[in-house]
Design a protein around this ligand. Structure first.
Ligand SMILES: *[C@@H]1O[C@H](CO)[C@@H](O)[C@H](O)[C@H]1NC(C)=O
Ligand SMILES: *[C@@H]1O[C@H](CO)[C@@H](O)[C@H](O)[C@H]1NC(C)=O
Ligand SMILES: *[C@@H]1O[C@H](CO)[C@@H](O)[C@H](O)[C@H]1NC(C)=O
Ligand SMILES: *[C@@H]1O[C@H](CO)[C@@H](O)[C@H](O)[C@H]1NC(C)=O
Ligand SMILES: *[C@@H]1O[C@H](CO)[C@@H](O)[C@H](O)[C@H]1NC(C)=O
Ligand SMILES: *[C@@H]1O[C@H](CO)[C@@H](O)[C@H](O)[C@H]1NC(C)=O
Ligand SMILES: *[C@@H]1O[C@H](CO)[C@@H](O)[C@H](O)[C@H]1NC(C)=O
Ligand SMILES: *[C@@H]1O[C@H](CO)[C@@H](O)[C@H](O)[C@H]1NC(C)=O
Ligand SMILES: *[C@@H]1O[C@H](CO)[C@@H](O)[C@H](O)[C@H]1NC(C)=O
Ligand SMILES: *[C@@H]1O[C@H](CO)[C@@H](O)[C@H](O)[C@H]1NC(C)=O
Ligand SMILES: *[C@@H]1O[C@H](CO)[C@@H](O)[C@H](O)[C@H]1NC(C)=O
Ligand SMILES: *[C@@H]1O[C@H](CO)[C@@H](O)[C@H](O)[C@H]1NC(C)=O
Length: 459
């Protein structure tokens, strides 16, 4: 017998609301790894170590200039500063239907970060690896899969990555190495364990069909140093943003659903001198932030562009964008700027929004600038204001896009393709523009009425 319609509808919505996504934390023994995951790191004092390579990268399964095929095996090691599988000097190694288990600590964190010392799988120096249908498990802090050097490429598919301990990135590429991954799942429980990470001078990551879940501070879904591309990725970073990007890097996401629990949805900065040319894009995606002080997009000490196409930003804070004269430190748990380092500069960010409907505010601090362009049938409900001191805020609308104001705004630049402003719902609030800015010359320092009772006038 058919159930009554209201019952079916209720059932349907419950089913939709309870979709669960599985990641390796669902079958791992997290309690057994609690001590491991509580381990900290401090690059600035005792255990950074030299930034040139001091080890011979080695492990029990070592292929240099020699091809191999490994399947249906369990490979493991329990030793500090040692890998399980090393592929180097132009070797091509295929690993299928296998388990790789790594235990043992990393003595020097720069060795692990820049060269993959202690990584479970280290593929280096113009080598290639194909990894499929495998489980890579690390304890005590180690990368799961590391690519090093120009000409090194790793292909990973149908594989689970589990890590406990600090600095245990899932996929980690450095020295211009490249990783292509599809149908992978990663969980990390420790701090500074991003799922998909690059490192100096650059790493290139192409990730499709992935589930990533990180629990620790500083553990993002993507950490861009180089280029990161994510397509069809569900990510949940409990104590980190979904993205850290350091410097003039590229981060591009399509059909992703990211939820972030600390700092902001994305955090883009320069750890050294302010760089220019960082870019971020989200297309057909959703970015959600949980904390009541977390913006969707955060920028500091950086000049960047961002595009949002058919994308939903869901914030608890009601803040879409922050640009600040600030950055994050290696503790990855708070923002610091001029109060600790007078060289930190304001952020300058240009965000272009297309085919999206967004709710929330733009907040610029301490000399920072946000330029916000709405195009292609976008709508925005919100305001732009200064968080502290001078803010340079610019809003541009095409004639298919709309803006509903939620408070008075003071703009350095205001441009509207609909010159009679019928695409604005002022709700009684006013737009004040800087009469001295050349972008506002079209307004002739005039005052006019906005739909909904507010005014457009100069300051
Ligand atoms: C690295 O390997 C070379 C050649 O086998 C050896 O001479 C050297 O002592 C090794 N270095 C370390 C740090 O183990
Ligand atoms: C890669 O090459 C560098 C430079 O020759 C060397 O120091 C390093 O040990 C090599 N890495 C591996 C994993 O063989
Ligand atoms: C390794 O895998 C690649 C990609 O699937 C394949 O083209 C190649 O033939 C394999 N090599 C060996 C030795 O099995
Ligand atoms: C990897 O782990 C999953 C989940 O426990 C299991 O189903 C699968 O058989 C494992 N793969 C290998 C190669 O052991
Ligand atoms: C491995 O590293 C751990 C943690 O630093 C240390 O306690 C242990 O003594 C090291 N083991 C060896 C054999 O050096
Ligand atoms: C990375 O690329 C840069 C620029 O091409 C090059 O100078 C550098 O040697 C490369 N690094 C490695 C480890 O291949
Ligand atoms: C201060 O900030 C500048 C610019 O970001 C950076 O290059 C420098 O290393 C920082 N100094 C310290 C002590 O962190
Ligand atoms: C944000 O997400 C919550 C819970 O998933 C939902 O109730 C709310 O409607 C969303 N807000 C926006 C603006 O999409
Ligand atoms: C803005 O930057 C200041 C200075 O670094 C910092 O104290 C503050 O926490 C930052 N606020 C936000 C929301 O970025
Ligand atoms: C930010 O504000 C502080 C305190 O007002 C000031 O000392 C600092 O110079 C400002 N920094 C910038 C980049 O404007
Ligand atoms: C107005 O714009 C002019 C020209 O860009 C600039 O010099 C001035 O500082 C701006 N005024 C304010 C209050 O921001
Ligand atoms: C500004 O002046 C130009 C030239 O007189 C005129 O075409 C335009 O309509 C004026 N704009 C406004 C907003 O008054």
């Amino acid at each position: 017998m058919m159930a009554p319609l209201p019952f079916l509808l209720t059932l349907l919505s419950l089913v939709l609301a309870s979709i669960t996504v599985d990641d390796p934390s669902d079958y791992a023994d997290l309690a057994a790894d609690a001590t491991d995951n509580a381990l900290g790191v401090d690059y600035t004092t005792d255990n950074g170590g030299p930034s040139y390579l001091i080890y011979n990268i080695t492990g029990p399964f070592y292929y240099a200039d020699e091809d191999a095929e490994i399947d249906h095996h369990t490979l493991s090691v329990d030793a500090n500063d040692t890998s399980v599988l090393v592929v180097t000097e132009g070797a091509v190694v295929n690993l299928s239907y296998s388990n790789v288990v790594k235990e043992g600590y990393s003595t020097w964190l720069n060795q692990a970060s820049f060269y993959g010392v202690n990584a479970a799988i280290n593929v280096a120096n113009k080598s290639t690896a194909y990894i499929d249908h495998s489980n890579i498990t690390v304890h005590n802090g180690a990368a799961n899969i590391y690519a090093y050097g120009t000409g090194t490429t790793i292909y990973v598919s149908d594989t689970d990555l589990y890590s406990s301990g600090p600095v245990s990135h899932g996929l980690y590429a450095s020295g211009n190495g490249t990783i292509h991954a599809s149908n992978v799942r990663h969980f990390s429980g420790g701090s500074r364990c991003s799922s998909f990470s690059g490192d100096n001078p650059a790493g290139y990551l192409y990730v499709t069909d992935a589930i990533a879940h990180t629990a620790g501070i500083g553990s993002a879904i993507f950490y861009s140093l180089g280029e990161s591309y994510g397509t069809d990725v569900v990510g949940y970073s409990e104590n980190a943003p979904s993205l850290f990007s350091d410097g003039a890097q590229t981060s591009s996401f399509t059909n992703v659903d990211f939820t972030a629990g600390l700092l902001a949805g994305t955090v883009m900065f320069s750890s050294s001198t302010r760089s220019s040319g960082a870019s971020l894009s989200f297309s057909n995606s959703r970015l959600k932030t949980l904390g009541d002080d977390m913006a969707a997009l955060w920028f500091g000490n950086l000049i960047a562009t961002a595009t949002l196409h058919a994308t939903e930003l869901n914030t608890t804070s009601g803040i879409l964008v922050i640009a600040n004269a600030s950055q994050i430190t290696q503790s990855f748990d708070h923002f610091v700027g001029w109060e600790e380092n007078s060289s930190i500069l304001p952020a300058q960010v240009a965000v272009t929004v297309t085919e999206s409907s967004l709710n929330g505010d733009l907040v610029a601090y301490n000399g920072s600038a946000i330029s916000w362009t709405l195009a292609q049938y976008s709508s925005w409900t919100g305001a732009a204001y200064s968080g502290k001191d001078t803010a340079y805020l610019a809003v541009a609308l095409d004639s298919t896009s709309t803006w509903t104001l939620t408070q008075d705004v003071y703009l350095q630049d205001f441009t509207n393709a609909d010159t009679s402003n019928t695409n604005i719902a002022s709700q009684g609030y006013s737009i004040y523009y800087n009469a001295s800015s050349s972008a506002n010359r079209w307004l002739n320092s005039s005052t006019s009425s906005l739909p909904g009772g507010g005014q457009l006038k100069s300051y």
